[in-house]
Design a protein around this ligand. Sequence first.
Ligand SMILES: [Zn+2]
Length: 258
Amino acid sequence: MGRPLPTRRAVLAGALATGVATALFPGAAHAGGRQPRTIDPHSRSRVDPRSISCVDTRKRVVALTFDDGPDPASTPQVLEVLEHFGVPATFFMIGRNVVEHGELVTEVVRRGHQVANHSQDHLWLDRQPPGVVQRQVDLGAQSLVRAGAPPNRLFRPPHGWTSGTVADVLGQEGSRSIFWSDCLEHHLALGPPSAAVAAMAERVLPGSILLCHDGGHLDGPHPQSFDRSATVAALPHLLEAVLARHLRFVTVSELTGV
Ligand SMILES: [Zn+2]
C-alpha cells in the first residue's frame, strides 16, 4: 500500500506552519535553495496554487500520463498497449529527448495522444533562478513545436519539484503545472507488480491523474538511466483494473480544461 494521504488537520497545520515561516522570514517561500522540496500534492499546491494534481469531477474520467520520453526502448511498447485498449494518454516529454527522437513524437501525435512540455533538460527547477526556469520552459516548448506537436499550456516540472519562481514564470505565460495523484513506479518499488497494480487501481478516483514513465534514458546535467520494462509489463494490468472500475481515460486537457 502507498503512504496514506495526510489528514485535513495535518494539511492545515502544514499550511499554517508555512504561513508562520513566511511571516518570520519574508521571501522564504521563494528562496530557491532553502525551500523544502515539493514532494506531494499538498506542498505543490501550497507553493503553486494554480497547479493541478487532480480534478474534482462527478464524471468517471481519469487521465493517464507518461513522463521522460520519448524513448525508443519503451515508448513504442507503451503505444502498442494503449492502442490495444483504445486508451488515450498524455506524454510529458523532455525537449532533449524530443530533439533526439523526433520520429517518436510524430508517432505519439499520429495515434491521437496529447504531448506536453516536461522542460528541455529535466533540470531541478525548484533550485533554479527565473532566467533558467524561463529558458527551460521556452526551449522545451520550442522542441515540441519543431517536432510537430500541437502547442498547449500544460507543463510538468521535473520530479514534481516546483517553486514560487516556477509558478511565476508559468503564470506569466498562462501555462499551468500539471502534477499527479498517484504514480505506478512508486507502487512497483514497494512490492510485486500485481500488488502495485491492485493498490493503484484501488486508490484511483474520478478526476485522478495517473503517472507512469515511458522514458528511461536521459543525457545532460542530471542524467538518468532506468529500465522501464516493469512499467511496460504492468501497464496492461493497470488499464484493465481501472477500466473494470468503469472509469474512462481522457487526455489531461480534456480532464482539466487547460
Ligand atoms: Zn521527469
